[in-house]
Design a protein around this ligand. Structure first.
Ligand SMILES: NC(=O)C1=CN([C@@H]2O[C@H](COP(=O)(O)OP(=O)(O)OC[C@H]3O[C@@H](n4cnc5c(N)ncnc54)[C@H](O)[C@@H]3O)[C@@H](O)[C@H]2O)C=CC1
Ligand SMILES: O=C(CO)COP(=O)(O)O
Length: 413
C-alpha cells in the first residue's frame, strides 16, 4: 500500500511542480518550495502516518496513566507546605519565589534580603525594583532582613546567595535554620581557594549536614517571571527529597526532572558559566558561527572530561542541566557570563566590565577554581584554562583564541 502511494505520489509531485511553474509565474524560490512540500507529503505513506499517530497516542496514554496515578496518591508537598523562605533577593531568588507563590496563593513566601530599604520597597511596591523592576510579584511574597523571622518555621529554605559569599552567609544564619529543614540550592559555581561545590560549602557553612537538593538547568530569571515554559533538574542524594522538590515547584510552566546525580548537576552548572565567557569572547571577536560551535563543543568535551572524572553521569551532562544550560548560557545574550565574554572580546577590561555590572557572573570567580580542580585530577582543559588566563590578565582574548585554534590537530576524544 505504502509503496503504491509513494510511486503514485512521485508522479503527482512532478505534475504539481509543472502546474506551479505554469500557473503562478512567480519566482524560482516559490516553485522549489512548493515542489519540496509536495515531495515531502508524497514520501509519507499511510502506513508511516498511522504509525506516527499511533506512537503519539501511546505517549499521551502513558501521560494520562501517570497523571491519574499521581491524582490517586496526591500527597503533594505543595498542599501541606505553609511557608518557604528564600535566602538572597536577587533576580533568581525572586523569580523562583514568584513561581512558588504562583503555585499556591496562600503559601507564605518570605525573601531574606540584606537591605532594609530594598525589603521595604518590595513590600510596598510588590516589585523587586533593583533586580526585576518590570514584573509585579504575587501578593503572598514578602521580604524581611530579619533572618529569624524569615527562616523559622519554614517547610523549605531556598539558597540563592552567590557562591563566593555563601559560606560566610550560611555561618551567620545557621542558628535560625532547623537542621531538619531541606535546603534547596540555586547557586551555580565553585568556591575559589577550596574549589568546593555548593553541596560541600553548605554543610561546611552550617557546621552540620542538612537535607539538601540542588536545582539547576536552563532557567533565565526573566523568562520564569514571564511564565515561559522552562525545565530544571532537582538533584539530591535523597531521591524522596528530589521528588518533594518536583511537587513543590512543578507547574504547567516549570517541569522539574529529578536526579540523584548531585555532582553531575552541580559541576555542569558551575563549568558552563566559564564556557559561556569563552563563547562570549568568540562573539566579541566576531569569529563567526563555525568557530562558536566548535569552541562550545570543545567546552562540552572539557566539562565531560573533568565532571566525568569526578563521578558525574553521562546522561546528566547530556541532559537539561548539562547540555541544556550550556546551550542557553553560551548562545543567548541574556546571559551575564556570556556578556562578560562579549565585552572582553570587544576589548574592554575586566575591571571596567565588573565595575558596571550590578549582578553576579559566577563564571568569573569559578574559572580559576575549575583549573585548579582539573589540575588536581590531572585533566587538561584548554578552553576553560584559556578563560582563566584571560580573566587573570595573563593573556589577551585574541592571543588566547589564536593559540586555541592553533593547538595541534588531534583525533576526536
Ligand atoms: N539570574 C538567573 O537567571 C539565574 C541565576 N542562577 C544562579 O543563582 C545565583 C544567584 O544569582 P542571581 O539571583 O541571579 O544574582 P543577583 O546578582 O541578581 O543577586 C544576588 C543576590 O545575592 C545577595 N547577596 C550578595 N552577596 C551577599 C551576601 N554576602 N550575603 C547575603 N546576600 C548576598 C544580593 O543582595 C542579591 O540579592 C547565582 O549563583 C547564579 O549563578 C541560576 C540560574 C539562573
Ligand atoms: O544560569 C543561568 C541560566 O540558566 C544564568 O546565567 P548567567 O548567570 O550567565 O546569566
Amino acid at each position: 500500500m505504502g509503496r503504491t502511494r509513494r510511486d503514485g505520489a512521485a508522479a503527482t509531485t512532478v505534475s504539481a511542480t509543472r502546474r506551479t511553474r505554469g500557473e503562478d509565474g512567480r519566482g524560482r524560490r516559490t516553485r522549489t518550495h512548493a515542489g519540496a512540500y509536495e515531495a515531502f507529503k508524497a514520501g509519507v505513506s499511510e502506513e508511516d502516518r498511522a504509525s506516527i499517530v499511533g506512537e503519539w497516542d501511546k505517549i499521551m496514554r502513558w501521560a494520562a496513566f501517570v497523571e491519574s496515578a499521581h491524582a490517586r496518591n496526591d500527597e503533594s508537598v505543595l498542599k501541606s507546605a505553609k511557608k518557604v523562605a528564600i535566602m538572597g533577593g536577587g533576580s533568581f531568588g525572586t523569580a523562583m519565589a514568584t513561581l512558588l507563590a504562583r503555585n499556591k496563593g496562600d503559601l507564605d513566601v518570605v525573601i531574606l534580603m540584606r537591605s532594609d530599604k530594598d525589603a521595604a520597597s518590595l513590600n510596598a511596591e510588590h516589585r523587586n525594583l533593583k533586580y526585576l523592576p518590570k514584573y509585579d510579584l504575587p501578593v503572598n511574597i514578602r521580604a524581611t532582613t530579619d533572618a529569624r523571622e524569615a527562616l523559622s518555621g519554614s517547610d523549605f529554605i531556598i539558597h540563592a546567595v552567590p557562591v563566593q559569599q555563601s559560606r560566610a552567609f550560611l555561618s551567620g544564619v545557621k542558628d535560625f535554620i532547623d537542621p531538619k529543614t531541606p535546603l534547596l540550592c540555586l547557586s551555580k559555581g565553585l568556591e575559589t581557594g577550596t574549589c568546593e561545590m555548593m553541596s560541600e560549602i553548605i554543610p561546611a557553612g552550617l557546621g552540620r549536614d542538612q537535607p539538601l537538593a540542588v536545582l539547576s538547568g536552563p532557567t533565565f530569571a526573566v523568562e520564569l517571571m514571564q511564565g515561559l515554559p522552562t525545565t530544571i533538574v532537582a538533584a539530591s542524594e535523597d531521591e524522596g527529597l528530589a521528588i518533594r522538590v518536583q511537587q513543590l515547584f512543578g507547574s504547567s510552566c516549570l517541569r522539574v526532572n529529578t536526579s540523584t546525580d548531585v555532582t553531575g548537576v552541580e559541576l555542569s552548572g558551575a563549568m558552563k558559566n566559564v564556557l559561556a565567557i569563552a563563547a562570549g569572547i568568540v562573539e566579541g571577536l566576531e569569529l563567526g558561527n563555525n568557530a562558536m560551535a566548535s569552541l562550545v563543543a570543545q567546552g562540552v568535551t572539557e566539562i565531560r572530561w573533568l565532571a566525568g572524572k569526578l563521578g558525574a553521569r553521562p546522561e546528566t551532562l547530556a541532559g537539561v542541566s548539562g547540555t541544556g544550560d550550556i546551550m542557553l548560557t553560551c548562545f543567548v545574550n541574556l546571559s551575564r557570563n556570556r556578556t562578560v565574554g562579549v565585552r572582553l572580546g570587544s576589548g574592554e577590561s575586566l575591571e571596567e566590565i565588573l565595575g558596571s555590572m550590578s549582578q553576579v557572573a559566577e563564571g568569573v570567580a569559578t574559572a580559576g577554581a575549575v583549573v585548579r580542580l582539573a589540575r588536581r585530577h590531572r585533566v587538561n582543559l584548554p578552553v576553560l584554562t584559556a578563560v582563566a588566563c584571560i580573566l587573570d590578565g595573563d593573556m589577551d582574548a585574541k592571543t588566547a583564541v589564536d593559540k586555541i585554534i592553533n593547538l595541534p590537530q588531534v583525533p576526536e576524544v
